[in-house]
Design a protein around this ligand. Structure first.
Ligand code: ADP
Ligand code: MG
Length: 323
C-alpha cells in the first residue's frame, strides 16, 4: 500500500554508512569483518505487556533498540546493524517521527544503523527489532561458560526500573519524587555495549538482566551446570531505593526486571582486569557472589542466614511485565 511506502520513506529510511545497503531493497546487506561470527538477536515489544500505551514515543523507540543491543552486549558483540518490524494500529505521523528519533539516536550512538524492516497494519501496536553484531567466537560470553569458583559480577545499579514500574502500576503507594529518580532507568535503559566488549575474552559467561538478577543468573547456572552463592548485601542498589521497605527493596534487587545491566562470571585471577574493563567502559562493576559446583542459587543475607525460597519463586509468567 502506498501509505506504507510513504511512511517508511518519511520515518525509517535515513542513510546507512558506505558499504551497506539499507531500506528499499529486498534485503539489507552489511559486511561482517573477516574472522568474525555474526551475532543475531531479536526481541518483541507489545503494547500493554512491555510498555504503557501512553509512553513517550521517543523513549519507546530508544527502548525497543536498547533491549536488543543489550543482548549483543551480553555476548560481547559489536553492533553491525538492525531491522525494525512494526505493526501499527494507525499511521500517526507525529508519534512515528518521535519514535524514529529515539530509535535513530541510540542507533547512531552505538553504530548500529537501521537497514530495513517490515511495516504492517495491526490491531495493537507491536514492535520487533532484530540486531546483528560481530564477535570473535573465541571471545564470546555464552551462558554455558561459567565455572565453579568463578566470581559473579554485576554492572551498574539494580532495582530502579522495577521500582518505577511498580510505582506507575500503582502497586506501591504514589511517591512522585522517588518515581522521578527511578523512571529514567525504566524508560531509557542504557545497553552496556562498551562493557560487554571489554569483557569479551576476559570473562566467562554473561547475561543481561531483563527478567531479574536471580532468574537471569539462574539461566547462566543452568546452562553451565553449576550453582552459586549470592551476597545480598553486595548487590548494588540504585539511589531511588534508599529508604524503601525491605520487601520492596529485596524484590527490586533480586527479582526486578528491565535492568539491562550485565551479570557475568570470571575467574578470581581476573579481578584486576575486570576492574580495568569496567573503568575503560565507564561502568561500575561489583563483585556479588561465587559460582559453586553444588546446583541451586543460595542468597546469603547480612545476618549470615540464607534467603528462604520466595513464594511463587521468580516465575517468568507470574508478572505480567515479564516474558
Ligand atoms: P518486501 O515486500 O520486499 O518485504 P516491504 O514492502 O516490506 O518489502 O519493505 C520495503 C522496504 O522498506 C524494504 O527494503 C524494507 O526493509 C524497508 N522497510 C519496511 N519497513 C521498515 C521499517 N519499519 N524500518 C525500516 N525499513 C523498513
Ligand atoms: Mg516486507
Amino acid at each position: 500500500m502506498t501509505a506504507e511506502f510513504d511512511l517508511i520513506a518519511r520515518h525509517f529510511s535515513r542513510p546507512v554508512p558506505a558499504g551497506m545497503l539499507g531500506a528499499g531493497d529486498d534485503c539489507a546487506l552489511m559486511p561482517v569483518p573477516p574472522g568474525r561470527q555474526l551475532a543475531a538477536s531479536t526481541d518483541m515489544l507489545l503494547c500493554g505487556r512491555h510498555f504503557f500505551p501512553d509512553v513517550d514515543p521517543a523513549a519507546l523507540g530508544h527502548k525497543a533498540l536498547a533491549v536488543n543491543l543489550s543482548d549483543l552486549a551480553a555476548m560481547g558483540a559489536q553492533p553491525l546493524g538492525c531491522l525494525l518490524g512494526l505493526a501499527l494500529p494507525r499511521a500517526d505521523d507525529a508519534w512515528l517521527a518521535a519514535f524514529a528519533d529515539g530509535f535513530y539516536a541510540l542507533a547512531e550512538r552505538h553504530g548500529c544503523p537501521l537497514a530495513g524492516g517490515d511495516t504492517t497494519r495491526g490491531k495493537e501496536l507491536a514492535i520487533s527489532v532484530t540486531v546483528f553484531g560481530a564477535i570473535d567466537p573465541d571471545r564470546a560470553l555464552p551462558r554455558s561458560a561459567a565455572q565453579a569458583g568463578d566470581d559473579i559480577w554485576v554492572s551498574g545499579e539494580l532495582g530502579a526500573a522495577d521500582l518505577a514500574l511498580r510505582l506507575m502500576q500503582g502497586s506501591l503507594p504514589a511517591d512522585p519524587a522517588r518515581l522521578a529518580l527511578a523512571r529514567v532507568a525504566l524508560e531509557w535503559p542504557a545497553p552496556q555495549l562498551a562493557l560487554g566488549r571489554e569483557l569479551a575474552g576476559i570473562a566467562h559467561a554473561a547475561i543481561d538482566i531483563s527478567d531479574g538478577l536471580m532468574q537471569d543468573l539462574g539461566h547462566i547456572l543452568a546452562a553451565s551446570g553449576c550453582g552459586a552463592e549470592l551476597r545480598y548485601a553486595s548487590v548494588p542498589a540504585h539511589e531511588s531505593l534508599q529508604g524503601v521497605p525491605e520487601p520492596v527493596r529485596r524484590q527490586a534487587l533480586l527479582a526486578g526486571g528491565d535492568a539491562y545491566q550485565l551479570c557475568f562470571t570470571a575467574a578470581p585471577a581476573r579481578r584486576a582486569r575486570i576492574e580495568q574493563a569496567g573503568a575503560r567502559a565507564g561502568a561500575r562493576v561489583t563483585l556479588i557472589g561465587t559460582v559453586q559446583a553444588e546446583p541451586g542459587l543460595r542468597v546469603r543475607l547480612p545476618d549470615g542466614g540464607l534467603l528462604p525460597p520466595m513464594p511463587g519463586g521468580f516465575d517468568h509468567f507470574r508478572d505480567a511485565h515479564g516474558a
